[in-house]
Design a protein around this ligand. Structure first.
Ligand SMILES: C[S@@+](CC[C@H](N)C(=O)[O-])C[C@H]1O[C@@H](n2cnc3c(N)ncnc32)[C@H](O)[C@@H]1O
Length: 242
């Protein structure tokens, strides 16, 4: 599997094949066997807000093969900037090449930066209006999740938004995994619930994803919200019971 992934190039293999190969190498950090669906990508990016006169600074974490990056690029304006952080060097390299190929990414190529890095190493010098997170939190330990949440909070402007997903069926998964993994999952869920409590929370369910997922939008208290791009997002929110 390792050699297969190493030999893959964007031209010979699609992003889905590369993603699946990387999941085979390390499912814990890759977090899924397929990239996010277009519907989940829309749900995670539709609350990107933009005022008419202010450029948005957007951070994407865990960009993978760019399923969410493309959806973000389709929504951003001519002054907005997008920084994509991806830890896996093969996925980061694929995404860099995609900027020259994919029409939505190419349209903003000069304002998109791909950083091959662990989000834990992100310097807190930049501040972002919107953070789109594609990380598999359920696979992380409680401490890892808390550290990532602290990093994200530290670089999010007051009034800014974080979106992320969590997969449905966690309770069913818990029945089949070992004690250690179950403890991790529960600890990570606890850390995320505490993190969410500091924000205004919106959530919608996306059934057309593998696996089905919740798309969360967290709004940081603070400055007034800029106008929404399309008025979507909170208006489509479900009651949150879990
Ligand atoms: C579930 S995939 C999501 C990929 C893509 N955003 C999507 O929605 O299809 C999670 C991605 O996060 C990356 N990742 C995991 N841990 C990371 C970390 N600590 N810092 C940066 N990226 C990370 C993985 O390499 C993988 O590409």
């Amino acid at each position: 599997m390792m050699n297969l992934a190493a030999r893959m190039s964007p031209t010979r293999f699609g992003g889905h094949a590369l993603f699946a190969a990387e999941a085979g190498r390390d499912l814990r950090t890759t977090g899924a066997i397929a990239p996010s669906s277009p519907r989940l990508a829309r749900a995670l990016t539709e609350s990107i807000a933009r005022s008419t006169d202010t450029a948005l600074s957007i951070l994407e974490v865990g960009a993978g093969t760019g399923a969410l990056s493309r959806a973000i690029a389709a929504r951003i304006g001519p002054e907005d900037t997008l920084t994509c952080v991806e830890r896996n060097p093969r996925l980061a390299e694929y995404l860099r090449a995609e900027i020259g190929v994919d029409p939505a990414l190419r349209a903003h190529a000069e304002r998109i930066v791909i950083c091959q890095a662990d989000i834990a190493d992100l310097p807190a010098t930049e501040q972002y209006d919107v953070i789109v997170v594609g990380l598999p939190f359920a696979n992380f330990t409680e401490n890892e999740t808390r550290a990532i949440c602290a990093t994200l909070d530290g670089v999010l402007k007051p009034g800014g938004r974080i979106t992320y997903f969590s997969y449905l069926g966690g309770a069913a998964v818990d029945r089949f995994v070992g004690d250690r993994h179950r403890q991790h999952r529960r600890g990570s869920a606890r850390a995320l619930a505490e993190f969410r409590a500091r924000f205004r929370q919106d959530r919608i369910t996306v059934w057309t994803n593998f696996p089905p997922a919740y798309a969360w939008t967290l709004t940081k208290p603070g400055a007034a919200q800029p106008d929404q791009v399309d008025g979507a997002g909170s208006a489509r929110t479900e009651p949150i019971t879990a």
